[in-house]
Design a protein around this ligand. Structure first.
Ligand SMILES: Cc1cc2nc3c(=O)[nH]c(=O)nc-3n(C[C@H](O)[C@H](O)[C@H](O)COP(=O)(O)OP(=O)(O)OC[C@H]3O[C@@H](n4cnc5c(N)ncnc54)[C@H](O)[C@@H]3O)c2cc1C
Length: 443
């Protein structure tokens, strides 16, 4: 098979997809706007940590890469909530053997590029920015570091150039193209909890830490170096907002008031706050994802807010599904790409909605006693009836079933939990016949 496939964007989806294609013997050409991050040229690469979960792991394991990547990751088995007074409350994510994995986005991307480089049929071009995509002729136009224009024609083009995709910009110009972009009134700041003087973690290493404060929140994910990458999510405007954190004193006072337990572990807090850029949060939906032999993948097709920790996992799942479609319709790219977009679009829309729902849960609900009670009841159901009951979180995070199924089941789960709580049936939770009967009525 010598078809030439161009990938525009060597981020997470592009580097992984290049390996899938190389294994099938295609002539793969990967173009990346930035310099080679393996040489330390990870410009603009903030220290974002990602939660890798079952879908992403599945995509990696199909290529035999899972041990390699889990080797640079840290398992997180639950959420650790920090109250304003500094009290801790722990919620396991699922069963004892289930975890999500904290991994540095930059490190992961570097590893994937290194692994891609082992294939002779993958050709990489850094400092090549796509400036135009001709979707009729498959001619992509890049500008390289020297300012030269490079035109590339290939049999198939995969757009993996992220949320602000240049390829999608060309697709949008076609008649009746659907595209929406919704920004949250929230920005985020990357901050850091440092290791102690012995280089050890200062908080539980196997948890994703959350400081829920209703209209804003901070989270922290562990890094192998003993530190935690923290992300503060806050509204731009309003009484407690980024716009009211303009001076060092305001920032210190804000953290002392709301995150007092974290402050002693954040010696660079104020400098980090002012030196690190503010990130923005948007949901982008578009359709179709395919024009002729050009297809969108990853964030270029479906940028979502990060609150379910699924953007990369969903993008990696795109790679699995496209790979399966290639197997199903050998050489028939019209069918391959059409089936790929039809299978993925409903699920991408579902995870976009789930991610927005989870924002409210993480920011607001996880601090409420009623919500914690509901989670405890659900945890009992998961423990006692794992053969028939799965939480929405489990379906999203620890399964490869469609995101749309997870969205639909979530609503049914919620109705069951509401019934148990409102009718005060908690003491019947171990009554196998009774609860199994209730669960079976959900279908
Ligand atoms: C704060 C935050 C937290 C997140 N947390 C999680 C998480 O916990 N779990 C999770 O699964 N996901 C998470 N995500 C989402 C995840 O980072 C993205 O979904 C994922 O990176 C998408 O991969 P991608 O390859 O499509 O895009 P990207 O990783 O953005 O890669 C796109 C690549 O294309 C390149 N490029 C862009 N334009 C051009 C051009 N014109 N020409 C050539 N190259 C170009 C870029 O330089 C980049 O290398 C998070 C995102 C954010 C912002």
């Amino acid at each position: 098979m010598s078809e030439k496939i161009t990938l525009v964007g060597g981020g997470l989806a592009g580097s992984l997809m290049s390996i899938y294609l190389a294994k099938k013997g295609y002539d793969v050409h990967l173009y990346e706007r930035r310099g080679d991050m393996r040489q330390g040229k990870y410009e603009g690469g903030r220290s974002i940590n990602l939660a890798l979960s079952t879908r992403g792991i599945n995509a990696l394991s199909k290529l035999g890469l899972v041990d390699e990547i889990l080797g640079i990751s840290i398992p997180m088995k639950g959420r650790m909530m920090h109250s304003t007074a500094g009290d801790l409350a722990y919620q396991a994510y699922g069963r004892d053997d289930q975890a999500i994995y904290s991994v540095s986005r930059g490190e992961l991307n570097i590893r994937l590029l290194q692994l891609a480089d082992e294939y002779e049929n993958i050709h990489m071009y850094f400092d090549h920015k796509c400036i135009h995509a001709n979707l009729e002729t498959n001619e992509m136009t890049f500008v390289n570091a020297e300012g030269q224009t490079v035109k590339v024609v290939s049999d198939v083009v995969l757009s993996t150039d992220g949320a602000f995709s240049a390829v999608r910009d060309s697709m949008i110009r076609y008649p009746r193209y659907n595209f929406s972009q919704n920004y949250e009134n929230y920005g985020y700041k990357e901050l850091e909890i440092v290791p102690d003087s012995n280089g050890n973690f200062q908080m539980d290493v196997n948890s994703l830490h959350i400081w829920p404060r209703s209209s804003f929140m901070m989270i922290a994910l562990p890094n192998p170096g003993g530190n935690f990458t923290c992300t503060l999510f806050m509204p731009y405007d309003g009484e407690v907002s980024l716009s009211n954190l303009q001076t060092k004193e305001q920032v210190s006072q804000f953290f002392d008031t709301y995150f007092a337990d974290a402050v002693p572990m954040m010696p660079n807090l104020v400098d980090d706050f002012f030196n690190n850029p503010t990130g923005h949060l948007a949901t982008m939906r578009c359709y179709p994802w395919v024009k002729n032999k050009v297809a969108l993948m990853g964030d270029s097709a479906h940028a979502i807010v990060p609150f379910y920790g699924q953007g990369m996992n969903c993008s990696f799942e795109d790679c699995v599904v496209l790979d399966e479609c290639i197997d199903k319709y050998p050489g028939n790219w019209a069918k391959i790409l059409d089936e790929y977009q039809k299978l993925r679009k409903p699920n991408a829309d579902a995870i976009a909605s789930l991610a927005l729902q989870n924002f409210i849960e993480m920011r607001d609900l996880v601090g409420l006693p009623e919500f914690l009670h509901k989670k405890h009841v659900e945890h009992d159901l998961i423990k006692l009836y794992s053969d028939v009951y799965k939480s929405q979180y489990e379906r999203v995070t620890f399964s490869n079933d469609g995101y749309l199924d997870a969205l639909n089941w979530g609503a049914k789960n919620d109705a069951l939990l509401e019934k148990i709580i409102s009718e005060k049936l908690e003491d019947k939770i171990t009554d196998q016949n009774f609860i199994r009967d209730l669960i079976s009525q959900m279908k």
